[in-house]
Ligand binder design. Sequence first.
Ligand code: LLP
Length: 437
Amino acid sequence: YGTSRINARGHLEIGGCDVVELAQTYGTPLVIYDEEYIRRRCQAFVQAFKDKGMQAQVAYASKAFSSIAICQLIEEEGLSLDVVSGGELYTALKAGFPPERIHFHGNNKSIQELKMGLETGIGCFVVDNFTELAHLHALAEACQQKVKILLRITPGIEAHTHEYITTGQEDSKFGFDLNSGQAFEALKQALSQPYYHVLGLHAHIGSQIFDTAAFQLVIQRLAQFVQEASKKLGWQISVLNLGGGFGIRYTAEDTPLLPQEYVYALCDSVHKEWQTLRQPLPEIWIEPGRSIVGEAGTTVYTIGAFKEVPGVRQYISVDGGMSDNLRVALYQAKYEACVANRMTEDNSEVYTVAGKLCETGDILIWDLPLPRVKEGDLLAVFCTGAYGYSMANNYNRIPRPAVVMVRDGEAHLIIRRETYGDLIRNDIPLMSKITQK
Ligand code: LLP
């Protein structure tokens, strides 16, 4: 993965940094991001559109991992940013991210969040439903500010890794339904509203997608819709946002395409459909999250307790778990791992890696072949960069881990480890106890 290798000491090294030393310096659990890798992925997506001569915006979906430093890096690479909450927007703005390159998503943006987007001058709102369509326009009108929007469409296509399914009318909380005529009605309404500039359409069909067939189907459906809209409403689309969802390799079972393979397929498909439409090509926007940061992240834990269930299983416990990686408990996600300080030793054992949280389901990896390990060894779990830290929580009052970014032998702390003090920062003692003092 990325710039990781085994160094002369037999340790795992990422971005030129010895992982054992990083663990000593910053403690564990520690999330390590390979900066070079993130930049390469950003550049691959951007370059692929250039190769195809397509006007495009690549927006990093910051829900995958949001922090000031990552927003700054994404900004430097020239990408746009997709935010889904006031909190993600706040983070981006604090990072100095240019508001005009920010897109605001979400199926229940509050009035306060809509105002925040308007006041800070973000580039575009992806309007999800009729409630938002009414609220946002009223707010735009009140401040006499024309606002750029995309309409989120539910195309009735859902991609599930390898296969995709199409349902007549998709049952989803997101977006305007295409097949029932809702999408057309929304577009009609939006076009009749003077403070809206309807740039285009958006569709996101799922995550961790390994092939391009579902994307092609969506483009086909949206092209039909665009044709209908142009005939009946005289509307011309400028932006087609195809969402994110490009897959990554968590384990050897996963077979993702390269960023450029996804992009080429999208571009070819848009070209093909638009040829029959005889309309100017829209700009293509995409919103990769996982495929930018997922494989760039590694979480390092210290191995603590051992337990053997004789004849059944050997458990090793680590100093984190579902508090820093909820994906295993939530989606039965699979990960690969190794022992960062024993990289040259052969696997002789099979361990099940347990987290330290009070839940039977807090298992990070089942039946993992590893060298024989000792208390204090370091377990490095790969591919934790997307939806790991961003879904971290304080269950059992466990502080969130520290996050470092490594490159060319240098490490930079980008998120401090939470302290116990942080955990009680918002706690308010009982009045009776305060007055007693
Ligand atoms: N755009 C929209 C509208 C989305 O809903 C999402 C993800 C993305 C872009 C980015 O998708 P990506 O490229 O990262 O697959 N917590 C789950 C993933 C939830 C994804 C939600 N939406 C996980 O850990 O697998």
